[in-house]
Write a protein that binds this ligand. Structure first.
Ligand code: NOJ
Length: 767
């Protein structure tokens, strides 16, 4: 390999001595060297080789998320017709493919290797929606860092993450892959993930390039139906949906993935305004853009023309790499001849792909991450598992805890029931490519590990995840099937009820299977599947305390559960250390502090439902006559659990909001504070949230917007003053000319434990 590296260097690097660059702090000198290197290389490339760099292929397997898989990959690598491969991992496979490229292609240009590393690689962390509920950017960044370490140990240098799409519709299965509904919080997560993946220098052997997706607005799919049309106002786009992508650009993300949907009428993948004017010219993005899976070809179904035409449109719009569909590979040459694209457009895209490889240090060492020792050593280590347990615990949200049912005592008898209680397969959640479910800890195992000998655990499965054959077949793919218990539903329920009768408390582990959410998993009904609700209803009738441990990739409608269960712990899909983390929280080794980042509706009919909505001209606040007000006649407007909500085993008391001034001018800073006291028996953490509203403005503003938070830790009886500094940056918004500024007037500062339970103070802020 060393020899091959020196040949490559000799051919490509000619006059340049490659020293250790800091990609994170690219100086002009660094840029100049990169430009000269890439120009020199491109001067030797044929048109076919340039177009080849724009071709991203998949080897299939679990990365197959469309109906097409590439063929003839080996020959294409050798002829220089492929710029990158995704969907393979492991030094053996990646090493072989990289060897083919650097030894057998004419110019020895290394391939880039991508993978959907979404929430961990071998060690799996909670699904992103769960991680965001931790409100802990340090932990989130570390999860991306560990994922990068593990993925690079298997030759990966590019990850299709973070997914930063804002989502306000729980029917959409991919809400599980993002950070919920809030643009400000989503931006913090986007930054943390990019930093974690790319590390201090993308040339490091343990750094990957992030690919921010899906640009843009994918989460706004109409009716929550997968791949559906998106149509929204520019103000909404700028104010609520675009900020996390912009934050990722500012954090230095190396690449972006275009989304499947339309943006302002034009599909994102061929949207020049989006990919060039906004992303590059306004935001200053310097990396490359890859399409989503066959999204270039799908432009034809969007109605933009045949493959040649849509490929030309996509390239001209600013798309650099074509994932799987090979529209670029098979049509760009012809389009160039016919004057439908220019040489400069092909060159620019090729340059951007080569620059990415340069920034990753692949021209220095194409095999920088192909290291069999690291592969053995760095995967699923004890430390990584320990961290997985920690972040899972921090992601859990206590939705209900009547009469302090939790934490459980480490004595007595527990009836452990539910199809997810003794289950490894469903612990990891959606989008897990290299994670091994057999290495995950089930809840049953976790309880055994943590509870100690004084706890007797009686187990009964109680039901299948679902008895609905359509739902079952659609939520298992890649050849998997729901492992079914062949007994009749009532027989299983009866067994569970008998088990429950012998116990002091019931722990029911229920909810969605891993792939009931995620890509292509939209649901029109977001209840816990019926077979499990029947089980819960029968268990509730026993009168025993009923603790629900919930698995879910989205907010679910839990009105029945909220009324009848004694406690509900939302565990999302916790990852490799699921069972240990759940048991830690059930038995009080860790006091839960997560807060939901997507509103939980009472009914699917309330969707889209989100905290930062507009007031409307006829708001209904629940008081007075409801007729002719903005509401429903059959349900309240309120969600079941509001954004930012989550309980603790302890209780926190908030003082009123104290302001340092009540009238300000220009660029002064306002300080707002509250004193939070731990009034309960347990030490605990609390996410203290700051919202601001702007009741009078030139456009209709959201009723409130999250602007900051602090996560604090308090011993029983301890109190802390939490101080927020507020500047005019926190008051800015996009007006109807899309000018981003603040307007003088009254503002209401709101601080509290969630978006609904807040303390307020007003201030006058003049220019
Ligand atoms: C389609 C998905 O939309 C995208 O998120 C993913 O990265 C690609 N397939 C590649 O697997």
């Amino acid at each position: 390999m060393k020899k091959c590296f020196s040949i490559l260097k000799a051919v490509l690097l000619s006059a340049f001595v490659i020293s250790s660059y800091s990609a994170s702090a690219q100086t002009h000198a660094g840029d100049a060297k990169m430009n000269a290197f890439v120009s020199n290389l491109m001067s030797k490339m044929t048109l076919d080789e340039k177009i080849g760099q724009l071709n991203l292929v998949t080897a299939g397997g679990q990365s197959k998320t469309g109906s097409v898989v590439n063929e003839g990959v080996e020959g294409k690598i050798k002829s220089g017709a492929i710029g990158g491969i995704f969907g393979i991992y492991g030094t053996k496979y990646i090493g072989t493919a990289q060897d083919l490229a650097v030894k057998n292609s004419r110019l020895h240009i290394p391939l880039i290797f991508g993978l959907d590393v979404i929430h961990g690689h071998r060690t799996i962390f909670p699904i992103p929606l769960g991680m965001s509920a931790s409100w802990d950017m340090g932990l989130i960044e570390k999860s991306a860092r560990i994922a990068a370490e593990e993925a690079t140990a298997e030759g990966i240098n590019w990850v299709f993450s973070p997914m930063v799409d804002i989502a306000r519709d729980a029917r959409w299965g991919r809400i599980s892959e993002g950070s919920g509904e809030d643009p400000w919080l989503g931006s913090q997560v986007a930054k943390a993930m990019v930093h974690g993946y790319q590390g201090s220098n993308m040339k490091n052997a343990d750094a990957v390039m992030a690919c921010v997706k899906h640009f843009a607005l994918y989460g706004g799919a109409e009716a929550g139906r997968e791949y559906n049309t998106v149509d929204m106002s520019l103000i909404k786009m700028y104010q609520d949906y675009l900020p996390p992508y912009k934050a990722a650009v500012d954090a230095g993300a190396g690449s972006f993935m275009s989304s499947f949907n339309t943006v302002n009428g034009v599909p994102a993948t061929a949207n020049q305004w989006l990919l060039t004017d906004l992303l590059r010219k306004q935001w200053g993005f310097k990396g490359f853009v890859v399409s989503d899976y066959t999204a270039v070809n799908e432009l034809s179904s969007h109605g933009l023309g045949d493959l040649q035409q849509v490929s030309a449109l996509a390239l001209k719009a600013g798309l650099d790499m074509d994932m799987v569909g090979e529209g670029f590979l098979t049509t760009l040459k012809k389009s160039l001849k016919e004057g439908k694209v220019t040489q400069a457009e092909i060159d620019l895209a090729c340059r951007r792909v080569l620059e990415a490889k340069y920034k990753l240090g692949l021209f220095d060492n194409p095999n920088k991450s192909i290291n069999a020792d690291r592969e053995k050593r760095d995967e699923l280590t004890d430390d990584n598992r320990k961290f997985a347990r920690q972040i899972a615990e921090h992601s859990f949200v206590l939705l209900k805890n009547q009469g302090q049912t939790l934490p459980l005592k480490k004595s007595g008898t527990i009836a452990l029931v539910g199809p997810l209680a003794d289950n490894h397969l469903e612990m990891l959640g959606t989008w897990v490519i290299a994670g091994d479910p057999n290495k995950s800890v089930s809840v049953k195992e976790g309880i055994r590990n943590v509870a100690g000998d004084n706890v007797k655990v009686l187990y009964a499965r109680g039901s299948n995840i679902t008895d609905d054959s359509l739902l079952s077949s659609r939520s298992y793919f890649f050849g998997q099937k729901q492992p079914m218990d062949g007994r009749a539903p009532q027989v299983m329920i009866d067994e569970a009820v008998e088990t429950a009768k012998k116990a002091d408390v019931i722990v029911a582990v229920v909810g969605e299977s891993a792939n009931m959410s995620g890509e292509s998993s939209s649901r029109s009904d977001i209840n816990i599947p019926e077979s499990q609700r029947d089980l819960l209803k029968a268990l509730a009738k026993t009168g025993k305390p009923l603790v629900i441990v919930l698995f879910n990739g989205r907010p679910l409608t839990l009105t029945w559960e909220d009324k009848h269960a004694s406690a509900i712990l939302d565990a999302w899909a916790p990852g490799t250390e699921a069972g240990n983390a759940i048991a830690d929280v059930l038995f009080g080794n860790y006091n839960p502090a997560g807060k939901i980042t997507a509103t939980f509706p009472r009914s699917v009919g309330q969707i889209p439902i989100y905290y930062n909505h507009k007031n409307t001209g006829r708001p209904f606040d629940g008081n007075g006559p409801a007729k002719f007000k903005s509401d429903y006649i059959d349900i309240s407007n309120d969600p079941l659990y509001p954004f930012g909500y989550g309980l603790s085993y302890t209780t926190f008391n908030y003082s009123g909001v104290k302001l340092n001034k009540t009238s300000l001018k220009g660029n002064e800073t306002l300080t707002a504070s509250v004193t939070v006291t731990n009034t309960g028996k347990y030490a605990g953490e609390e996410v203290v949230q700051l919202y601001i509203s702007d009741p009078v403005a030139s456009i209709s503003r959201s009723v409130k917007e999250l602007k900051n938070y602090q996560k604090i830790s308090l011993q029983p009886g301890e109190k802390k003053e939490v101080v927020f500094n507020i500047t005019t940056n926190d008051l800015k918004f996009y007006d109807n000319q899309l000018k981003y500024d603040w307007e003088a007037g009254k503002f209401i500062v709101q601080i509290g434990t969630n978006s609904s339970d807040i303390h307020v103070a007003s201030v006058q802020w003049d220019k």
